[in-house]
Design a protein around this ligand. Structure first.
Ligand code: UD1
Length: 428
């Protein structure tokens, strides 16, 4: 039987205290691991979180021939040989959306790749048309053979191109940016995503000889080169901003005084501003955030609309909805990025929340409502952590099933939460 969490909730009391450390960002580390394919020599990474998705990415890399050495404590060394398999293993690649980022490095360095439609969280359709359009513009041929997406670069190299994304996509921006570092000539990516994970990747690639400018803005320019060498550069995984934001919301709802350490508050300004407007006491330092809660404070309702960075992250939409169930009044939540990201709402209603579902993108939350403990099943990785927050607020005992979905993105979450006073236990 898969693992589950048993949580004894605080029944609305604000009791948590102490400090909690943020781990390296899943969505940054996975791309840096994939980038190893671009390098003639080995690359070293630090602060990589010990999570299921990192294990799956390393499994795929090893399966195609990359040497992955786990140096322990979040350090890895990866070396790609002269030749690797360019067919991604179907079962592994289907388990993780981020497998799609291997497409760019493999195609630009080895001239071919075939992969199944990438899996991952069931939060919407998750097409790959932006990838197909982009790589065709860079000279690749594409077809679907009934099972796999197949890409081939004639003469084994891609050429530079101007690519205008019809919407900003994080993984499409990263994948094409990586591919362009080894393409012939100049590539311009317009309407790119601007997430901090893209900047971290570009800075590392530039430190290793790539010529990327504009990462973190909507237009990125890349001048391709023949090869990349990392030398002594080490990729330092930035702190996970989604984990930080989830801890911030948990602390606002259930903390007396909680310090969130080893984070980058500049990546979360939209959340801290939104929470401050609702009445949460937040003190921001360079790499930590302190949340303190006088018991008298009544949180104000607020409207939230998910947007690409620097807008409100879709990955924090579910945790934010939990916060809004405790605000005094009516809040609107508009999920603009994915159409399947409100799947957690029925369980939250069963816990006692008053939420009107308007359509697959919009809900109205009426607060405050006391929540009561229940058995729930984590529908996706981010909603999984939202359920942890909801069950900590709730009165009584809850069971969260399908903890694998939480382990995919958060390193030993129960141990870190226990340290600030959460009554949570993993049952294997
Ligand atoms: C990444 C993150 C995920 C986060 C999301 C949005 C990783 C591994 N995952 O996912 O945690 O929720 O960004 O911040 O980094 N789209 C297309 N065609 C495509 C690709 C995407 O239409 O070819 C659409 C998607 O359906 C979605 C929007 O673009 O509506 C944005 O998705 P995208 O940024 O690509 O999400 P991911 O990169 O998959």
């Amino acid at each position: 039987m898969p693992d589950r969490f048993i949580i004894n909730g605080l029944g609305g009391k604000k009791k948590l205290s102490g400090s909690i450390e943020v781990k390296g960002a899943k969505n940054a580390a996975l791309k840096a691991l994939a980038a190893s394919i671009l390098f003639k020599d080995g690359i070293a990474l630090k602060n990589v979180p010990d999570i299921e998705d990192v294990k799956r990415m390393n499994d795929i890399l090893e399966e195609i021939g990359v040497s992955v050495i786990d140096e322990k404590r979040g350090k890895y060394t990866l070396t790609t040989p002269q030749k690797v398999k360019t067919d991604l293993p179907t079962d592994l690649a289907q388990r993780m959306r981020a497998s799609i980022v291997l497409l760019g490095p493999l195609l630009s360095r080895f001239g071919a790749v075939s992969l199944p439609h990438p899996g991952g969280c069931v939060i919407g359709e998750r097409p790959i048309d932006l990838f197909i359009d982009g790589f065709e513009k860079m000279g690749a041929q594409y077809f679907h053979d009934g099972k796999q997406h197949v890409f081939k670069a004639p003469k084994k190299t891609l050429h530079g191109a101007t690519i205008v994304f019809k919407k900003p996509s994080v993984t499409a921006t990263e994948t094409l940016m990586m591919a362009a570092t080894l393409a012939h000539g100049k590539t311009i990516l317009k309407n790119s995503a601007q997430e901090p994970e893209i900047v971290a990747l570009a800075e590392f690639l530039n430190a290793c000889g790539a010529k990327i400018s504009g990462a973190g803005t909507s237009t990125i320019e890349i001048i391709g080169s023949k090869s990349l060498r990392s030398g002594r550069e080490v990729y330092q995984t930035p702190p996970d901003r989604i984990e930080t934001g989830s801890f911030l919301i948990l602390a606002a709802l259930t903390g007396k005084k909680v310090e969130i350490k080893k984070c980058d508050p500049t990546h979360l300004e939209i959340l801290t501003e939104t929470l401050k407007h609702s009445g949460v006491h937040i003190d921001v330092e360079k790499d930590s955030i302190l949340v303190s809660n006088p018991t008298s404070v009544k949180f104000q309702p607020t409207d939230v609309e998910t947007r690409e960075y620097p807008g409100f992250p879709t990955d924090l939409q579910a945790p934010m909805t939990i916060f809004l169930t405790q605000a005094h009044g009516q809040s609107h939540v508009f999920e603009t990025i994915f159409e399947g990201r409100l799947a957690y709402v029925p369980d939250l209603i069963r816990m006692g929340a008053r939420i009107d579902v308007c359509d697959p993108h919009r809900i109205i939350v009426h607060g405050p409502t006391a929540l009561s403990g229940r058995e729930v099943k984590s529908p996706d990785l981010r909603a999984g952590l939202a359920f942890v927050i909801a069950t900590v607020i709730a009165k009584g005992q809850s069971v969260i099933h399908n903890v694998y979905n939480i382990d995919r993105g958060y390193e030993r979450i129960e141990e870190r939460l226990q340290a600030i006073g959460v009554n949570i236990e993993r049952v294997t």
